[in-house]
Write a protein that binds this ligand. Structure first.
Ligand code: BGC
Length: 366
């Protein structure tokens, strides 16, 4: 009798266990993700709101992480390095479970990231590599050298350099020296254009081609405008025309264009080919009007998707998507990375890339 009772109790336990299992397997993956995320806190540190791209990056990251059930602390440091350090310290003491960081100065976060590591908080580098630290797990970015190569190739094609055309006068701008991306991009530009400088098809009248002389601290529009003004008054006031300006960022392109206008250049009349990066709305309008020739479209929606997968991997287990394990050595480790593909955009393909893809509405560009 006793034995029968015991069997009955065991059977009902087994039934309950099986039923509980069935209940779980019936849940949708998103709900399961949300359950796992269970309010875990993600600190997202962005550099500045002065450029449209970072506003979109922050917004995308926040929305996508919240949809999965994470709590997000999104902070902008307005290009103030110390403010970014304090924001990260606050995230750590505030109980963040993971940090996503787009650094202002990629070398300045070593100590605060060591603090994150000693608190077992995984760190993911967003768009800009975190240098000199072993506290970073993954890096989500675009092919930064590829951006420079695409800019160089655009100039090569549009100016008929392969066909031997020229000589053309060219001036170079690079990004912020404390941003690893700026160096990669510049290497890509010069990989394509240096042979034409050597052959004399491209002439840099100012002679300023070294990274240290062409870089622009914090990618500043104002700094770039001032440098362009100085170059125009110093080297082009005696009738030489400037034909090409390599700009690595739409904000820098605005500064360059303002300096050109100030020196009497007019769009449509010997106005130089000006490049850019980020497909900002203003740059896209300038492409339509001819003030800027091209930009590099980096779809921040795709970047955020890849980065969110990295967050999930470090917090919930599993492998994120990685497509590069050889390019990004931060001087302490080779950081496993996902490189999204940058797309050059000009008047020819702006409709397809920016409007048809839903990035902008047609009316935005009018
Ligand atoms: C990013 C670029 C951006 C630049 C200025 C770089 O790190 O890769 O997309 O234009 O910063 O914000």
């Amino acid at each position: 009798m006793k034995c029968k009772k015991l069997v009955a109790v065991l059977l009902s336990c087994l039934f309950l266990v099986v039923m509980a299992g069935c209940g779980n397997s019936g849940e949708k993956p998103a709900a399961d993700g949300a359950k796992k995320a269970g309010g875990k806190k993600i600190g997202v540190a962005m550099p500045t709101q002065s450029s449209q791209r970072w506003i979109q990056d922050g917004k995308n990251m926040k929305e996508k992480l919240e949809k999965l059930g994470y709590t997000v602390d999104l902070q902008y440091a307005e290009d103030d390095v110390q403010a970014q350090v304090s924001q990260l310290e606050n995230m750590i003491t505030g109980g963040a479970n993971c940090l996503v960081v787009a650094a202002i100065d990629s070398n300045a976060l070593v100590n605060v990231l060591a603090q994150a590591k000693s608190n077992n908080i995984p760190v993911i580098a967003y768009d800009r590599l975190l240098m000199d630290t072993d506290s970073v797990s993954y890096y989500a970015t675009f092919d930064n050298k590829g951006v420079g190569v695409a800019i160089g190739k655009y100039i090569e094609t549009k100016m008929g350099l392969k066909e031997g055309k020229g000589p053309y006068n060219i001036e170079f701008f690079a990004g912020s020296p404390d941003d690893n991306n700026a160096h990669f991009l510049n290497a890509g530009v010069f990989e394509v254009l240096k042979p034409y400088l050597d052959k004399g098809q491209l002439v840099c009248v100012s002679g300023q081609t070294k990274f240290d002389t062409i870089c622009t601290l914090r990618w500043s529009q104002e700094v770039a405008q001032k440098r362009m003004e100085d170059i125009l008054s110093g080297y082009y006031s005696t009738g030489k025309n400037l034909d090409i300006v390599v700009s690595p960022f739409d904000g820098i392109s605005y500064g360059v264009a303002a300096a050109l206008e100030g020196a009497g250049y007019k769009v449509g009349q010997k106005w130089p080919l000006i490049t850019g990066q980020d497909a900002e709305l203003m740059a896209s309008k300038n492409i339509m009007s001819g003030k800027q020739s091209m930009t590099i479209f980096k779809d921040t929606r795709v970047l955020a998707d890849k980065c969110v997968k990295m967050v999930q991997a470090v917090l919930e287990g599993g492998q994120p998507e990685i497509n590069d394990t050889t390019s990004y050595n931060n001087k302490k480790k080779m950081v496993p990375s996902y490189l999204c593909t940058p797309v050059p955009v000009d008047k020819e393909n702006i409709q397809k890339e920016l409007i048809d893809s839903g990035y902008y509405k047609k009316t935005d560009l009018q």
